[in-house]
Design a protein around this ligand. Structure first.
Ligand code: CIZ
Ligand code: SF4
Length: 357
């Protein structure tokens, strides 16, 4: 990066001192991670923000829904700042609150709403988390999705019963978890497409389903394919393929290991020297992991899949601008969730925190 900019960043960071706490998501650029007080996935970062009640400003280097969660979990006096307002998440944007309200009406009309528990992935807007809280559901992450699903089914008669889960917004995490961790048959996982009348499903299909999957996906993880597995196994016969559960079902079932961002980091820490790995997750993270483990052969599952473009919007110029604004007494790009949504989103987040294990 530009040495002048690095110098300005250092000066602004020093001027802010303990008044600011800088969070860096694992998918952020190196130039941003260099200034992070802590790095983590969305869940770890939300907890870290909540654990810093003395920091006046939480500088969130990640995407919009993560900054919202930090605002929900911190006190009203603390101000959460997103260095670039255009850092959204295409997956979170695939579930708009009015679409989800309409979908719920479809379930009510089909006579199954009372038997359905909503579960929303952390990667969703505060409005969707609030919807989930209002309807007795829970938030989940990619690390605890299996526990969250089991809990949700238990609210409506158990995994072996007839109750249902409405899973939003990532169809792949929902399907992979239901089928592989809970043993729900693949044919009982249906996709609700908000762009189609009745989600593109008949009433009979809705009634027979156990998992109603929102039609959303991650634009990064969703691009890995079964062909990538064939190619990497041919090129590197002793390779271990490790992918994130936001990947498609055929990628996850064909991989050797599957797990959240924190799981991937720990698996590589524990891997023996000389071992070969192909990783299916975001490129900034994979590059840093490869650099951190020069004794291991770490490659990217598909060289044509790129960075998360919205994560990458946070760069050093935006971070410097945000920090210098705070030093000058202005709070730029503050993320505030309205009080009612914050209350109900918090209910769904607290439900997640209360899950066993
Ligand atoms: O894909 C993402 O954005 C993930 C895994 C975020 C997170 O940290 O949960
Ligand atoms: Fe959203 Fe995917 Fe980017 Fe994560 S990697 S912020 S889920 S688009």
């Amino acid at each position: 990066s530009d040495p002048d900019l690095v110098e300005r960043a250092r000066a602004a960071r020093a001027a802010l001192g303990d008044r600011a706490f800088v969070l860096g998501h694992h998918y952020q650029r190196d130039e941003v991670i260099d200034f992070a007080d802590v790095t983590g996935d969305s869940f770890k970062l939300a907890r870290e923000a909540a654990a810093r009640p003395d920091a006046e400003f939480i500088l969130f280097c990640g995407v919009h829904f993560m900054a919202e969660s930090a605002d929900i979990l911190t006190s009203d006096a603390q101000q959460v700042v997103l260095p670039d307002m255009a850092a959204g998440c295409s997956m979170a944007d695939m579930a708009a609150i009015d679409q989800v309200e309409d979908a719920w009406d479809v379930l009510v009309e089909a006579g199954i709403a009372a038997d359905t528990v909503p579960v929303t992935y952390m990667n969703s807007t505060a409005a969707i988390k609030a919807f989930t809280g209002r309807h007795g559901g829970t938030v989940c992450t990619s690390s605890n999705a299996h526990v969250a699903l089991r809990w949700a089914f238990d609210q409506v008669g158990g995994v072996d019963g007839t109750g249902k889960v409405l899973f939003m917004p990532d169809q792949h995490l929902g399907r992979n978890t239901a089928v592989l961790a809970l043993g729900i048959p693949l044919e009982q996982c249906v996709v609700f497409d908000p762009r189609k009348p009745n989600g593109g499903l008949t009433v009979a299909e809705l009634r027979d389903a156990r998992m109603i999957l929102w039609r959303g996906h991650c634009s990064v993880h969703g691009r890995f394919s079964a062909q990538n597995l064939v190619d990497v196994r041919a090129a590197v016969p002793d390779v271990t393929v490790l992918v994130h559960p936001e990947c498609k079902h055929e990628v996850v079932t064909g991989a050797d290991m599957v797990g959240s961002t924190e799981y991937i980091i720990q698996a590589l820490d524990a891997a023996p020297a000389g071992s070969a790995w192909a990783i299916g997750t975001e490129l900034n993270l994979v590059r840093r992991l490869a650099a951190a483990h020069p004794d291991k052969r770490i490659s990217y599952l598909d060289s044509t899949v790129c960075f998360c473009s919205t994560m990458n919007r946070i760069d050093l110029p935006h971070l410097v601008w945000a920090m210098e604004s705070l030093v000058a007494g202005r709070v730029p790009n503050r993320i505030v969730v309205d009080a009612d949504d914050a209350h109900w989103a918090r209910v769904a987040l607290d439900q997640m925190l209360a899950l066993p294990g």
